[in-house]
Every structure is written in structure tokens, then in C-alpha cells.
Design a protein around this ligand. Structure first.
Ligand code: SAH
Ligand code: SF4
Ligand code: F3S
Length: 452
């Protein structure tokens, strides 16, 4: 064994999955996952910059590691992912945190082993008087260097397997940093994706979650126009075995009738969709460059519900976009009441350097805070009302984990994506269990199993 590694992950599922690949790379080098109380030889911060809070949290924790590096000078510290990929950010990190050894952007992560080896050998030669080697690589090439098809993956979220289908984003929503830090869309080949799904199912994974900033544009960058997301879903559905399929994220402008048809026709693809709305105001949606309006969004909701009456719909909503007035915000509250999402992830708009919205006149933070608390209150009420409707019914639940707060209990999800806590133990993880819902508490459902 070469030593221990620790990976600290911020941000979205894409990053969680990329950390599984970082773990795979480090393990292949001979490093092992660091036990909770142990001290690591390699620490990797896999960062996010979607909002100011995400950046500040990562920078604060990188600061904390300075003391650890003092105690253990051979520690190798790497900062990778979205944060250093921003314009000028890598240089900034390099100067402000001189004890950081390796800085890699989103498309260079697979170079981590090579850079670790260079650091180790440069330390040996430094004893002979050479200058210390530090690695910085944030090139953003068109071809995806980072996650090549051969990168080993050390999956950490059994019974779910994350599988990336498309990298990057072409949409340039005016508030969003992702297209700048993740580059243009590149789809993985369909045979490679299908092969990875098959292998995960053969290994016993019971849920496959397909990942992409916009899964609906899968295949758009491929020549011939024969491959698209609906076809991919169709092929995945044909793979033998009992497993569930979810995917995220779907952009409302690109969700097609074909995809909705595939979802409805399949037993494997869950009746569950995350469909970020961002705002209920047509003017704000336009200023955000979202390229759909309320009417289109409401149409999609009714088209989905007419095909799948029990579909669980979740969303992302942002308040405090620069051009959002009180009236616009009321449109958001109105659409939340109309759609009745089973859950909503709510965010306060955070200006991101280099994006068009950051140049607009901003609205006071107090206004944003007041809006988000009204929004959260409305959504919590709806979530609770919907939860109450589950009571007394039986659902098939895929047991995911032991329940963190309740001894002798486990938790899992219904097909529609609702979290259920019920009696059980670690041996239930990965099993499909029928559970009768007996009580609900805001977003959580409680039940008793029907298999005993
Ligand atoms: N690709 C996905 C989501 C990417 S980021 C999509 O298109 O929906 C996840 C969520 O973060 C977004 O849906 C949005 O609600 C939020 N977000 C993105 N940029 C933000 C910003 N500058 N400030 C606050 N929230 C932001
Ligand atoms: Fe950001 Fe919009 Fe791309 Fe989503 S679709 S990652 S919100 S630019
Ligand atoms: Fe954050 Fe990058 Fe994901 S900015 S949300 S980790 S794509």
C-alpha cells in the first residue's frame, strides 16, 4: 500500500460520480481509503462553484488543511473540478494557497496519478536542491480527456450506480457558470453507456441514475442524427434484470414526447422526473435564456401526468435573479401552487463572475431572503399535503441504507422518488420491499414492511 487518500466532494451528482473515478484512480495506484480517524497521504478537494456558498465552503476547508500539511509535510494536496476551471481561478488558488500541490480542471482529472508521481519524484530531487514541482492544468479541450472510458470507478452509492451519458453544457443560461467550467456537450457512445449499465446490473446494482447537465441533448453532438435520449432509454429498458432507471437533469425546452412515451411504457424507468423550472415568470425566464415559458412548462406537466398519473415531479427554483420583481416572484409562487411539486430545491441567485447576469443591476440580499422564505413555506405546505396522501397505501421500495436517525430502521425510495423509513437492517440494503405507509412527516414517509 502506498498510503491513504481522502476525497472531499462538493457540488452536484456529477461531482459525486467523478469522485468515484478519482477514488478508482488512486486505488489503482496503490492508495487506500483513509479510515475515519486516520491521517491521509493524499487529500483531494473535488470542488463546485455554482454559488458563492459552495466556493467559500471549499476554500475554508482547503485553508484548514494547512495545519495538517505542517504536521505531515509529505501530504499531497490536490484541488480539482469546477472551481479552478473558472477564468483566473487556478492562478488565484496557486498564489493564495502555496501548500496546494496539484490543481486540475474538469477535463484533466485523469491526469491525477501522473501528477502525484511527479510530485513524489520532485520531492526526492528537491533534496538535491531542485525547485519544488507544482501541477496546474485547466485546459478545456473539446475531446474529453478527463474521464476516458478506461478510468476505473470505485462506486460508493450501492444500490445506485451513477452513469454519465453526456459531459458539458451548451445552454448558457445567463446566471450559470457550468458551460464555462464544463465545456461544450460531448455524448458518450451508446454502446459504451449500455455496456456500463449491463456491467453495473451484473454486479448487483439495482438502480441506475443517468447523469448529464442536460440529458435530453444526449446524441445531439453525434453525426447522423440517429442517436437520441429516447433511443438510449429504449435500449436500456431492454437490458435483462430487475433494476430501476432514473436520470437527471432534464431541460424543459428539450424534453420530448418520445422520452415521455419511453418513460410511460417502461417498467424500469421510474415515474420520477427532476424538471428545473427556475422561475414562473415569462420575463425572468427570457432574461435567464431558458428558452421555454410558463405555458410550455405547464404543458409538459400535464403531458407527463396524463401518461403517468403518479409521477413524482421535483424541480429547482431560483429567487432573486436581477430582473425579478415582486410581481415576477408572485408568478413563481403561482406556478408552484399549480404544479404541486413533490419537492423543490430552492436557491438564492448568486452572481457568478463572467456570466451575463452578474453584469446586471443586482437586487438587495434582504429581498432575496424574504422571497426564498415565502417560497420554502409554500413548498413545505405542499410537500406535507402530498405526503399525507400516501398514508394507507403500499409501495415497492428499494432499500438504500440504514436510517441515519432511527435505530433498527432503514430507508429507501418509492418508484416516484419519495423517501420512506421503515423497520429493517443492513441486510435489506439493495432489496425491493413492499412497504405500507403508516405516517408522514413533511418530506418523509414512514411505513411498515409487508414481507413479514
Ligand atoms: N443542469 C441543470 C442544473 C445545474 S445547477 C439544469 O439545467 O437544471 C443546479 C441548480 O443550481 C440549477 O438548476 C439552478 O437552480 C441553480 N443555480 C445555477 N446557477 C446558480 C446561481 N448562479 N445562483 C443560484 N443558483 C444557481
Ligand atoms: Fe447551467 Fe442552464 Fe446548463 Fe443547466 S442548462 S447547467 S442551468 S447553463
Ligand atoms: Fe457545481 Fe460543477 Fe456540478 S459547478 S453543480 S460541481 S457541474
Amino acid at each position: 500500500m502506498l498510503g491513504y487518500y481522502k476525497i472531499i466532494t462538493y457540488g452536484c451528482q456529477m461531482n459525486v460520480h467523478e469522485s468515484e473515478k478519482i477514488a478508482g484512480l488512486l486505488k489503482a495506484m496503490g492508495y487506500e481509503d483513509c479510515p475515519a480517524e486516520g491521517s491521509a497521504d493524499v487529500i483531494v478537494f473535488n470542488t463546485c462553484c455554482i454559488r458563492d456558498t459552495a466556493e467559500r465552503r471549499a476554500l475554508g476547508n482547503i485553508g484548514v488543511v494547512k495545519a495538517e500539511k505542517k504536521r505531515n509535510p509529505s501530504l499531497i494536496l490536490a484541488v480539482v473540478g469546477c472551481m479552478p476551471q473558472q477564468d483566473g481561478a487556478a492562478e488565484n488558488i496557486r498564489q493564495r494557497y502555496p501548500y496546494v500541490d496539484i490543481i486540475l480542471g474538469t477535463r484533466n482529472i485523469s491526469r491525477l496519478p501522473e501528477e502525484i508521481n511527479k510530485i513524489i519524484s520532485s520531492r526526492e530531487s528537491k533534496r538535491r536542491g531542485d525547485k519544488r514541482y507544482r501541477a496546474v492544468d485547466t485546459r478545456l479541450p473539446d475531446e474529453y480527456l478527463s474521464i476516458d472510458e478506461n478510468t476505473p470507478t470505485l462506486r460508493t452509492s450501492y444500490p445506485n450506480a451513477w452513469i454519465n451519458i453526456i459531459y458539458g453544457c451548451n445552454n448558457f443560461c445567463t446566471y450559470c457558470i457550468v458551460p464555462y467550467v464544463r465545456g461544450r456537450e460531448i455524448s458518450r457512445s451508446m454502446p459504451n453507456v449500455l455496456d456500463e449499465v449491463r456491467r453495473a446490473v451484473d454486479m448487483g446494482y439495482k438502480e441506475i441514475t443517468l447523469l448529464g447537465q442536460n440529458v435530453n441533448s444526449y446524441g445531439n453532438d453525434m453525426p447522423g442524427g440517429e442517436v437520441n435520449f429516447a433511443k438510449l432509454l429504449h435500449e436500456i429498458d431492454k437490458i435483462e434484470g430487475k433494476f430501476r432507471v432514473r436520470f437527471m437533469t432534464s431541460h424543459p425546452k428539450d424534453l420530448t414526447e418520445e422520452v415521455m412515451d419511453e418513460m410511460a411504457a417502461s417498467n424500469k424507468i421510474c415515474s420520477n422526473l427532476h424538471l428545473p423550472i427556475q422561475s414562473g415568470s415569462d420575463k425572468v425566464l427570457k432574461d435567464m435564456n431558458r428558452r421555454y415559458d410558463r405555458e410550455r412548462y405547464l404543458y409538459l406537466v400535464s403531458a407527463l401526468r396524463s401518461r403517468m398519473p403518479d409521477i413524482g415531479l421535483t424541480t429547482d427554483i431560483m429567487v432573486g435573479f436581477p430582473t425579478e420583481t415582486e410581481e415576477d416572484f408572485l408568478c413563481t409562487l403561482d406556478i408552484v401552487e399549480r404544479v404541486r411539486f413533490s419537492n423543490a430545491f430552492t436557491f438564492i441567485y448568486s452572481p457568478r463572475k463572467g456570466t451575463p447576469a452578474a453584469q446586471m443591476e443586482q437586487i438587495p440580499y434582504a429581498v432575496k431572503q424574504e422571497r426564498i422564505s415565502r417560497l420554502i413555506k409554500a413548498q413545505n405546505r405542499i410537500t406535507k399535503e402530498l405526503s399525507d396522501g400516501y398514508t394507507g397505501k403500499t409501495y415497492e421500495v428499494l432499500c438504500e441504507d440504514t436510517a441515519p436517525k432511527f435505530e433498527g430502521m432503514v430507508c429507501g425510495r418509492t418508484d416516484s422518488g419519495r423517501l420512506v423509513t421503515f423497520d429493517g437492517g443492513p441486510s435489506d440494503i439493495g432489496k425491493f420491499i413492499n412497504v405500507k405507509i403508516t405516517a408522514s412527516r413533511s418530506a418523509s414517509l414512514f411505513g411498515s414492511r409487508e414481507d413479514i
